[in-house]
Design a binder for this molecule. Structure first.
Ligand code: FES
Ligand code: FES
Length: 208
């Protein structure tokens, strides 16, 4: 027993981190922790850039923003923690609830599941960018008129998904509304009123 314990190999923290450098993520972590220079590594058929921090620019609600980002920083972190756009909610923070939904080049995405680096050069629209001055977007107005929220935590995500849906489909059926919002969860169970708001917004938008 004593002998076998002596024979065990000791793996130091440094050796463990170095052993990770065969993978892109591991190399990124290792280079950051060990202070190595960022470099490119071969990862499968293509070459992947490994960086410890990088300056990027993207457009948020029509305004260009530039900043240094680190490999693991998400778009949600950028929006809430750097830009203080807290209308986008951090709820599950793991791609399950849709509370963090924003539009990326017009498509709804979970901002907790997109790295900031992946949003480089893209157009991001958040709930704060929907209104025109004092005039709410028809979807925002319909959520108020139809009393479509209780705690309201899911509401910004639902509104952004609804805007994306109505951009593509001006007159969605109830089934199409349900399908379009299937990536968003409401813990208060307010789905009927949410669907009614989207139908009302579609009517309003068609009437102009
Ligand atoms: S917070 Fe992003 S999906 Fe739940
Ligand atoms: S209104 Fe509370 S989670 Fe939807």
């Amino acid at each position: 027993m004593e002998n076998s314990r002596k024979k065990k190999k000791t793996v130091t923290r440094r050796a463990f981190l170095q052993s990770l450098s065969g993978g892109a993520v591991g190399a990124g972590v290792a280079s950051r922790v060990l202070g190595k220079e960022p470099r490119s590594i071969q990862s499968g058929p293509g070459e992947m850039e490994v960086f410890s921090s990088k300056r990027i620019a993207l457009t948020v609600n029509g305004k260009k923003v530039g900043f240094e980002t680190e490999p693991g920083e998400t778009l949600l972190q950028v929006l809430r923690d750097r830009l203080r756009l807290t209308g986008t909610k951090r709820t599950c923070n793991r791609g399950e609830c849709g509370g963090c939904t924003v539009l990326l080049d017009g498509k709804p995405v979970y901002s907790c599941h997109i790295l900031a680096i992946q949003a480089e050069g893209k157009d991001i629209l958040t709930i704060e960018g929907l209104a025109s001055g004092d005039k709410l977007h028809p979807v925002q107005q319909a959520f108020i008129d139809k009393d479509s929220y209780q705690c309201g935590f899911c509401t910004p995500g639902f509104i952004m998904s609804s805007v994306a849906l109505l951009d593509k489909n001006k007159q969605p059926s109830l089934d199409e509304i349900k399908a379009g919002l299937s990536g968003n969860l409401c813990r208060c169970g307010n789905y009927q009123k949410i669907h009614a708001a989207v139908a009302a917004a579609a009517d309003a938008m068609r009437r102009g």
